[in-house]
Write a protein that binds this ligand. Structure first.
Ligand code: KIV
Ligand code: ZN
Length: 513
């Protein structure tokens, strides 16, 4: 079996998805889960792009011990120096330099001749290699580049010290056959190619990112880049969970495997969906809520007789044990703490107690508390445990009647400890709540998006609300869950505001240091 290295770029290319804006603590939480999942390399950000990105990359580089942490850089000395400052204390400092090689990009974006591009690439890799033991070089827009120019530039950057060569399908233009052929061509024509690992990086504009990545593996790629849930620029990146599971299920064909712990896939997907606010479509391969559901009578009948008739992947493979918890109504704190650790949550004793209380309250109200419910409770508490004073929802009351104007009365504890009480009306109940909350909060808030979904099935399922707001001029996404949709909606709104407050506090603390 050929081992395929997994290069996760959820925190860099994935974070470039429209509307996604993770703060440093959320990035660290995701990085720890990616480490648990067993990714070989994680791209934590683009250190030279902003102070926030620098800090996040540095924090992740200093905390992660079982995956190699990398950061992106343009072919500029300044970017490389900044990236070195962020990554130098990581277990295996690794840099990812990119430079476009296609005629379109070189002419219009870079406004450089091919010879100038070649010289910049070689100079950047040589410079980086003086600091970093591992240097990956990416030929941005490789799939639309001249193949012989690629041969020339790759030969030279390998001589300059690159250890990984990446051939991105930057705009998701390639077909599987073309992309596979590119890998074969490069291996046949670059004389020193055996000194490096070849990597594939695909985007999903034509829905072919997974197929293209697998075609690259068939043709010699030994590293695959992508994101969890396939999030990323435009239509997104290749979904790593799809590639890893495809290699596992069809190992008879691909004869290749990853080092991922496949049973961490579901939790990783849920965490990323929760923190980014990007909902996973129900029919999404591998991690969608319906990926293991059978609706038609013929299928149900077949599965009952013999699961393999219609099921090629078991839910257990990706960590969906049986959706009912092993914890019961009478489970104690100790068992609860163990389960939380098993799910990857390290909470302070205070937040663990609050999570336990919420769990107990839910077992009183809900017939069957599922692992997804528990995950939601724990993830909410983990977000709250950041030591910054924020808005806390105390009480909410809504009056609604088909012929009355909906009115909400809300009590909130403000960051300064005061209890605020307000009431307002709206065209609907959610709008009444949001109008009330925005009256209580000092800075103007603009609601930009609102989504509601249920966690699990059944009439007593938890509601999960997602909102995007502009608060204090900053766009922020927030999520909230509760058994009642109105409470979940209020929590999501406050969560979005609180995330801006936390981010601002972190920035202020940094300035004091
Ligand atoms: O899609 C792309 O080309 C990239 C590069 C920075 C590798 O993300
Ligand atoms: Zn990309």
């Amino acid at each position: 079996m050929q081992k395929i290295n997994i290069f996760d770029t959820t925190l860099r290319d994935g974070e470039q998805s429209i509307g996604v804006n993770l703060n440093e603590l959320e990035k660290l939480e995701i990085a720890k889960q990616l480490e648990r999942l067993g990714v070989d390399i994680m791209e934590a950000g683009f250190p030279a792009s902003s102070k926030g990105d620098f800090q996040a990359v540095q924090t992740i580089a200093n905390s992660i011990r079982n995956s190699s942490v990398t950061g992106l850089a343009r072919a500029h000395k300044q970017d490389i120096d900044i990236a070195w400052d962020a990554l130098k204390d990581s277990v295996e400092p690794r840099l990812h330099i990119f430079l476009a090689t296609s005629p379109i990009h070189m002419t219009y974006k870079l406004q450089k001749t091919p010879d100038e591009v070649l010289a910049s690439a070689v100079e950047a890799v040589k410079y980086a290699k003086q600091k970093f033991p591992q240097v990956q070089w990416s030929a941005e827009d490789a799939s639309r580049s001249d193949k012989w120019f690629l041969v020339k530039i790759i030969t030279e950057v390998i001589k300059a010290g690159a250890t990984v060569i990446n051939l991105p399908d930057t705009v998701g233009y390639s077909t599987p056959a073309e992309y596979g052929n590119l890998f074969t061509f490069i291996q046949q024509n670059v004389p020193n190619i055996d000194q490096v690992i070849l990597s594939a990086h695909c985007h999903d504009d034509l829905g072919m990112a997974t197929a293209n990545s697998l075609a690259a593996i068939e043709n010699g790629a030994r590293q695959i880049e992508g994101t969890i849930n396939g999030i990323g620029e435009r239509a997104g990146n290749a979904a790593l969970e799809e590639i890893a599971v495809a290699l596992h299920i069809r190992n008879d064909f691909y004869k290749a495997k990853t080092g991922l712990k496949l049973n961490e896939i579901k939790h990783t997907s849920q965490l990323i969906s929760k923190l980014t606010g990007m909902v996973v479509p129900g029919n999404k391969a591998v991690v969608g809520a319906n990926a293991f559901a059978h609706e038609s009578g013929i299928h149900q009948d077949g599965v009952l007789k013999e699961a393999s008739t219609y099921e090629i992947i078991t839910p257990e493979l990706i960590g969906v044990s049986s959706n009912s918890l092993v914890l019961g109504k009478h489970s104690g704190r100790h068992a609860f703490k163990q389960k939380a650790l098993e799910l990857g949550f390290e909470l302070t004793p205070e937040k663990l107690k609050e999570a336990f209380d919420s769990y107990k309250a839910l077992t009183d109200r809900k017939k069957e508390v599922t692992e997804d419910d528990l995950f939601t409770i724990l993830a909410d508490k983990q977000t709250e445990q950041i030591n910054v004073k924020t808005y806390e929802l105390q009480n909410i009351q809504v009056q609604y009647g088909t012929n009355n104007v909906p009115t909400a009365t809300v009590v909130v504890k403000a960051p300064d400890g005061r209890f605020l009480e307000e009431a307002a009306t709206g065209a609907g109940s959610v709008e009444a709540i949001y109008n009330t909350l925005s009256r209580m909060i000092d800075e103007p808030i603009e609601l930009m998006d609102y989504k509601l979904q249920s966690i699990g099935s059944g009439r007593d399922a938890l509601a999960d609300a997602y909102v995007k707001v502009k608060y204090d001029g900053i766009e922020s996404g927030g999520r909230g869950s509760a058994q009642d949709v109105l409470e979940a909606s209020a929590r999501a709104y406050l969560n979005a505001v609180n995330r801006v407050i936390v981010q601002e506090e972190i920035k202020k603390e940094r300035l004091h240091v």
